[in-house]
Structures are given as structure tokens and as C-alpha cells.
Design a protein around this ligand. Structure first.
Ligand code: SF4
Length: 408
């Protein structure tokens, strides 16, 4: 198989891994220049906020594991391909020189064994960093179960590493990915966390201390392959942030690719809306001081399909509203739908000069059409009249009655 055919196979196989903040389109070349459909290019954001293009590919799809949700599992009869380390390093540099990409997102199936795969990843990184002096962004997988010394070696060459958790519970992981063990995944995450912290500390003290995974670690969870509720997914997400200092937990709506009585049928649409609501909830966990158990509870274990999770929470807790914005703490302001961290800070800064009125709050970046039902300004209710939960819901989600999410 020539290199470009391998790239076609392996970049196609990498599309199910979303832990690189990628997006995809199906538009092909209609006779002009460029081709958005071509081999995987994904995007990530540098520390200064710049969007950078990455070559996104697997090193190999020849997997010895048999995860039931995965297209690359051992028992599937698909085209298999593997890059040699030199082949992939050369390809990356050629693409870089042609200005197609600025970095690399390298994932891999478990080829032969975790150690073998990790060693091959290190060979690619070594060629890129040492032979070609490539300084661009590189995100690679840490293969769970690989020797910690190999993971450490890769971490000294990569910018970001990720260990995909895949499922929110040990039970689901055991059922769908019998060769993967939650304890092994956690131990690789723990290793990354400790070494990231140790090297960050060293680089604060020594100017030329080696860098270790300076962009931090991330992970990915598949959504909709099992009956785990959104509450369980959010609790697992929260725990990953707290225990392992994750930079991001990515959610990947399950695309049914295999016939399996335990999985959604191949014709089932991926739960994209559910994925979107989970990302909104993830935002609440990271920037709005919510706990997973506040966003959902055992009675409301699934996210509302019609309302964003913050509005859904506020409607369930109308007894806490309206909030007087001239007296509320920063945390209380953040709970008002339509007020974000920036507008909350603006309100706090403005009210140091004078109490903020309804007219003034509209100029502070608040999404007034949402916030009005949940706040008072100088004691005046911001909406036209206090509303009951059903009416607020109808105004904010003017579609059909709330869609009951399916178990899958
Ligand atoms: S380890 Fe599992 S998820 Fe990863 S490529 Fe192999 S079969 Fe797929």
C-alpha cells in the first residue's frame, strides 16, 4: 500500500477520535482549489488563541483489541494499514512545508502491544523533534498499559497527551472494551498528572528544565453507546477534572459502526444534541462553579433536549429567583441565565460606582431576553411580569414539548 492510500485509510479511521477539538465537513473539490473532504485535517487552539491546523491520523488501525464500539476492532474485516515511523514523520514534514498543517494529532490502535505502539509513537516524535527540529504542536495518545518509562519519554516530546476513558463507568467499559481496565487508564492519567506538575514546578525553578506535556492532558468519552445517563456521564467528567487535572473532557456522540445486540443499531443517528448539551454542562462545571449533582439529579438524570442546562436548572429552582443584581455575589450572578463570567464581573465593577438599573444592565453584555425573568435591578423586576415555570419554558424553548431522550 502506498503512503497516500495508507493516509486515506488511517486518517479516515481517526475521525471518531474527537479529543483534538476537530470538526469535519463533507464538501469535496468541485473544480476549484483545495479540498475540505481530504485526509484528516483538524484544528486546535494555541495558548495565544490562534487556530492551528493539524494532520489527524492513526499510526495504525491494525488493532489487537476488540472494543465492541470501534470500527478498528480486531474482528472487523476492514482495510488495515500501518505507517512506519519514518513514513509518518516524512509525511508530516512534507505537509508542513507545503503549509497544509502546523502540527500533528497522532492517535493509534494497539498494534501488537501497548509497549510496541508507544515505542513506535516515540520514534515518530523523535524523528520530528530531533531529525527535523520540528517545533510545531503535537498531540499524541498515551497508550494505557504501556511501560510508564515509555509514556514519560513521549511526554518529553509531545505538547499534549490523552488517554481516552471511552466509557463513564467501569461496568460499561468492561462490557464494551473487555481488554481495557479502568484502573490501568486511571494509572496512566495519574502518571501524566504527576509528571506534568513535577516538570512545571521544575521549569519555574530552572530556566532550561525539559518540558513535559506543556499543553496538559485530555480525554474522550463516547456518549450513547450504553444506557449510562447524563448524570453518570457528568459525574464521571467532574471526577476526571478533579482527580487528574484534565484540560478538557471531550464527548463523542456514538456513531454506530458495528452490528452488536448490545449497541444501538447501525441506522441509529448519533446523539448530537445530547453531545451538545453535555458540552454546555461541561462549561458549567469548568467556568460557572456548578456541581454535576446540581445540574442533574436522580429524578432529572437526563439533560433537557429543549433548554440549555443552565436555564433548565434555573427553571427547576425558581424559588432562588429573582436575584437582585446589586447585592448578589459573583457566584449568584453566574447562576442567572444570560449572565456569564464577563458580564458578572462588569456588573460588579459597575455597581461599585452606582446601583445598576434595568436600562444599564442591558449595556453590560447580559443576554437580557433570558436574564429578565431571573433578576431584579434596584428592586425592580426586570421582566414585564413574574412568570410561572411553564410560561418561562415556553418562551425560552418555543418548540414542541420536551423531547424525551432515548436511552441510547
Ligand atoms: S483499542 Fe479499542 S478503541 Fe482503540 S483502536 Fe483498538 S479496538 Fe478501537
Amino acid at each position: 500500500m502506498d503512503t497516500m492510500t495508507k493516509l486515506e485509510v488511517l486518517a479516515g479511521a481517526a475521525k471518531y477520535d474527537v479529543s483534538c477539538s476537530s470538526s469535519g465537513v463533507s464538501r469535496g473539490n468541485q473544480g476549484g482549489i483545495g479540498n475540505a473532504k481530504s485526509f484528516g485535517i483538524c484544528h486546535a487552539w494555541s495558548s495565544d488563541g490562534r487556530c492551528i491546523s493539524l494532520l489527524k491520523t492513526l499510526l495504525s488501525n491494525d488493532c489487537v483489541y476488540n472494543c465492541r464500539y470501534c470500527i478498528n476492532r480486531r474482528s472487523n474485516d476492514i482495510r488495515r494499514a500501518s505507517f512506519s515511523a519514518r513514513e509518518l514523520a516524512d509525511l508530516t514534514i512534507q505537509f508542513y512545508r507545503r503549509n497544509y498543517i502546523e502540527g500533528l494529532f497522532l492517535s493509534a490502535a494497539v498494534e501488537v502491544s501497548p509497549d510496541y505502539t508507544m515505542e513506535k509513537i516515540i520514534q515518530v516524535l523523535t524523528l520530528l523533534r530531533k531529525k527535523y527540529s520540528f517545533q510545531g504542536y503535537i498531540h499524541v495518545k498515551a497508550i494505557p498499559g504501556a511501560d510508564p518509562a515509555l509514556i514519560q519519554q513521549a511526554g518529553l516530546l509531545a505538547d499534549r497527551m490523552s488517554v481516552n476513558i471511552e466509557q463513564p463507568t467501569e461496568q460499561s467499559l468492561r462490557r464494551l472494551a473487555p481488554q481495557k481496565k479502568l484502573t490501568v487508564l486511571h494509572s496512566s492519567m495519574q502518571q501524566l498528572k504527576e509528571q506534568i506538575r513535577a516538570h512545571a514546578e521544575e521549569s519555574r525553578r530552572f530556566r532550561y528544565a525539559p518540558r513535559f506535556v506543556p499543553a496538559g492532558q485530555s480525554t474522550q468519552m463516547i456518549v450513547g453507546a450504553t444506557s449510562d445517563s447524563d448524570l453518570i456521564i457528568l459525574q464521571a467528567t467532574q471526577s476526571l477534572y478533579q482527580r487528574f487535572n484534565m484540560k478538557r473532557v471531550y464527548f463523542s456522540a456514538y456513531v454506530p459502526v458495528n452490528e452488536d445486540s448490545d449497541l444501538p443499531a447501525p441506522a441509529t443517528a448519533p446523539p448530537l444534541l445530547r453531545e451538545h448539551r453535555l458540552y454546555q454542562s461541561d462549561w458549567l462545571l469548568r467556568f460557572y462553579h456548578y456541581k454535576a449533582e446540581e445540574i442533574l439529579d436522580p429524578v432529572h438524570a437526563y439533560l433537557d433536549a429543549e433548554l440549555d442546562p443552565k436555564t433548565a436548572w434555573a427553571i427547576r429552582h425558581l424559588d432562588l429567583f429573582p436575584v437582585e443584581i446589586n447585592r448578589a455575589s459573583y457566584e449568584e450572578l453566574l447562576r442567572i441565565p444570560g449572565i456569564g463570567p464577563k458580564s458578572a464581573l462588569r456588573i460588579i465593577s459597575q455597581r461599585r460606582l452606582a446601583a445598576v438599573s434595568v436600562e444599564e444592565v442591558k449595556k453590560l453584555g447580559v443576554v437580557f431576553k433570558r436574564a429578565q425573568y431571573f433578576m431584579t435591578c434596584k428592586g425592580v423586576y426586570a421582566g414585564r411580569r413574574p412568570l410561572d415555570p411553564a410560561t418561562i419554558r415556553r418562551i425560552m424553548a418555543p418548540g414542541p414539548a420536551a423531547v424525551q431522550p432515548t436511552l441510547f
